[in-house]
Design a protein around this ligand. Sequence first.
Ligand code: EPZ
Length: 422
Amino acid sequence: MDSIIVTGNGPLAGQVPIAGAKNACLTLMPATLLSEEPLTLTNAPRLSDIATMTALLQSLGAEVTSMQGGQVLAMSSHALDNHVADYEIVRKMRASNLVLGPLLARLGHAVVSLPGGCAIGARPMDLHIAALEALGAEIELKEGYLHAVARGGLKGAVHEMRFASVGATENAMMAATLAKGTTVLKNVAREPEIVDLATCLRRMGAQIEGDGSSEIIIEGVDRLHGATHPVVTDRIELGTYMLAPAICGGEVECLGGRADLLGAFCERLDSAGITVSETEKGLKVSRRNGRVSAVDVTTEPFPGFPTDLQAQMMALMCTAEGTSVLQEKIFENRFMHAPELIRMGADIEVQGGTARVRGVERLKGAPVMATDLRASVSLILAGLAAEGETIVNRVYHLDRGYERVEEKLSALGARIERVSGQ
Ligand code: EPZ
């Protein structure tokens, strides 16, 4: 297993290109199952999760060709010959469950393994099941697999979600595009990835409106045609790289960055003493004073503070002036980076979903363990600002969501290298 060695090396400077969004691409790829015609995605990120989704779609009989070094994905599901998403793939990546809605809509049946829990929480699928049952699906759990059938096809319905689940919204949207009649989905997720999926589906001929708000209305159509769609910028990679000059000092321009993708994140940065300015190429970020100020953070569905940036923000707060209270409201166990940051000298007290962080002048480098995708990169950020050397182990977590992280950070002046494991 590879490790990454980071040595604190002072302020950063330069430009960093922001890739296409992993969490948009992982729902755009299954959308190919909705049509017999080709769907091509451009600006796709080069990540191991994309490779996993590629393997899953190919196991269903779809063709997926990666071009231009992975930035273009040419897909076609003209002839699907399998409707089972196997546990071996789904357990590796929960987003595999996003084939459920499209398979149901296209074939009228699907068998998808329950993903099982993961490091950050139980992550059940009850909201996905409730939404698809509202559209007429019959879903039964048998030996760890969801067996879903839509006798006579899916039918439009009005359905209110108990919670604005991103994945359940995506599964329901994709299923509803081919349902008979009108579907009204209430209390849905409003994330930019939802808007990106709706934009792509409209390009394929779907009739969808209200995406980005809490209520989406979909007029079912008989079939969808092919399209080409650019994956939206990754707001989580963007937020992560914005925190690099915040924690190290200096000034960094994030190419392709857009403030409208970030919700409450920018306001929190401003309150902490970080200046974000829009340029023609993206967002320029710098620290106003020598040390950031502690601010409180509560994670919420978009446009609230993103849970996927909580770990990275905690790393920043470890070196802030004052005490910060971070509340994780989306997942039940998303503070696993805290014990690793404490090994680096951070002063953090975790109680349930609340972490109290008292800022220290300087963190100290140490060997630390990555536990999940966003925790991994928070340790890299901490290492950038720490005194001495930090070795982050198990970086396969990192490769799921960040392309070429050591190259991108080295180009900004960071001292960082990857060491291949045995
Ligand atoms: C998406 O996961 C993202 N993944 C996650 O990013 C992100 O953290 C999450 O949305 C929240 O923004 C992708 O888009 C591939 P949810 P998803 O359904 O759809 C509970 C990353 O680091 N829930 O909005 O699985 C669930 O347990 C990843 O890139 C149910 O109870 O998230 C969680 O506590 C991590 N029942 C909460 O809702 C359900 O049926 C939010 O989950 C579904 C979810």
